[in-house]
Design a protein around this ligand. Structure first.
Ligand SMILES: [Zn+2]
Length: 410
């Protein structure tokens, strides 16, 4: 009987569209920046829906929401799903929201069929995933997973000097449950892919086995400011030309580890940034990602070599600082297996893949067995008001979630 169970595609779609009306933008996206009035309304609506379905609501000190559907055995840890309801300022209708509302739809499907699981089921809503108001992103799942401590989390400030703790109070979502004390038996996060791989391969489901590691660097070239007209080309110490060699080298470093490595120079600060002065100092950021620490080590060695070369060629000096090192995450085998089993049962075209982006699941994976389900989004586009996804793909992902949860909650 349970194998035949399917979620209601139209009901899932209607809920997504109803949530998208909160903070709707003229270009068809949603703006529910963390802990604003719109975020409060989105949270309230989610809680209303969950209460109608008979869930018990708990809120922790970081404002993370846990909506629990009781199981036969209240001693068992809840088998959880969920994601986030906050958006980028120019956000879409699906990033984060999908994983939360797919959870609501699975609960309603189980209610419709009077199916009781052995373990309780739960939907988690993680506060401030996007990080656009309070940096860093994924801060509240980070406190939950023990990556950050509570005081650090509550003390993050927005551009107006308002702390995350004050903003939680202001919208009435400063809960009393100690953050991290609420344990999960498993966590499965369904999410749009935010990349083009599934769409390009005409596949419906990404079985996400982990998240690639990332390392960020700041590379600064020191040359000499000089007049652009009276300084001959020989003997210049042009920091921007060094940076130009470096940008090309960063692309080459990733291509040597093709096809799985990526590396990007995303920002340049050029001084004095003046039309008729040879740039004397240029700093650039480098973001390198790969699933294996060994490969990241090789890429880092090559980055240092390329920086020395780029400075030597132009007579500049160089400093390379690593400013962030996030190790790769490998998801729990049993949770990945539960997703794989569901995909096979539903006979959906799928692939095993890594996530290129960070997700709440990365932090939760430190304290609970975790995996993720990806569904395609049009053109791989996300963090954009035009973000879009097909109702049938979203339904397929929710069906995978339903069956993976059932498997783990047996
Ligand atoms: Zn997201």
């Amino acid at each position: 009987m349970a194998e035949e169970l399917r979620i209601n595609q139209d009901r899932l779609w209607r809920r997504l569209m109803t949530m998208a009306e909160i903070g709707a933008t003229p270009a068809g996206g949603s703006c529910r920046v963390a802990l604003t009035e719109e975020d409060r309304q989105g949270r309230d609506l989610f809680i209303d829906w969950c209460r109608e379905l008979g869930c018990e609501i708990r809120i922790d000190r970081m404002g993370n929401i846990f909506a629990q559907r009781p199981g036969r055995d209240s001693q068992r840890l809840p088998i959880a799903c969920g994601s986030h309801l906050d958006t980028q300022p120019h956000g879409g209708k699906f990033d984060g929201v999908y994983g939360v509302l797919a959870g609501v739809e699975t609960f309603e499907t189980l209610n419709d069929q009077n199916i009781e699981t052995a373990a309780p089921l739960e939907i988690c809503v993680w506060t401030n995933e996007e990080g656009s108001r309070f940096a860093p992103p994924m801060i509240s799942s980070g406190v939950f997973g023990g990556t950050y401590d509570l005081d650090y989390g509550l003390g993050r400030e927005d551009a107006d000097g308002i702390t995350l703790g004050e903003a939680l109070d202001a919208i009435g979502y400063a809960g009393s449950l100690p953050c991290g004390d609420h344990r999960l038996g498993a966590f499965i996060e369904a999410h749009i892919e935010q990349g083009p791989i599934l769409e390009r391969q005409a596949e419906t489901i990404g079985v996400v086995t982990g998240v690639q590691g990332s390392r960020w660097y700041r590379v600064t070239f020191h040359g000499q400011d000089a007049h652009t007209g009276s300084t001959p080309m020989t003997g210049r110490r042009d920091a921007l030309v060094s940076a130009a060699h470096m940008i090309k080298a960063v692309k080459d470093i990733a291509e040597r580890q093709a096809p799985s490595a990526v590396a990007t120079v995303g920002r340049i600060d050029c001084l004095p940034n003046s039309h008729n002065t040879i740039p004397g100092e240029v700093a650039l950021t480098v973001d390198m990602r790969h699933a294996a620490i060994d490969t990241l080590d090789i890429m880092e060695t090559q980055l240092h070599e390329a920086a020395s070369m780029a400075s030597h060629q132009e007579g500049t000096d160089v400093e390379v600082h690593r400013i962030m090192n996030t190790p790769p995450v490998h998801f729990d085998e049993r949770c990945v297996e539960a997703v794989t089993g569901a995909v096979r049962e539903l006979e959906l075209p799928h692939r095993r893949m890594l996530s290129g982006a960070g997700h709440d699941a990365c932090h939760v994976a430190r304290v609970a067995p975790t995996s993720m389900i990806f569904v395609p989004c049009a053109g791989g586009l996300s963090h954009n008001e035009a973000e879009s996804a097909e109702p049938r793909d979203l339904a397929a992902g929710a069906n995978v979630l339903l069956h993976a949860l059932l498997e783990l909650a047996q």
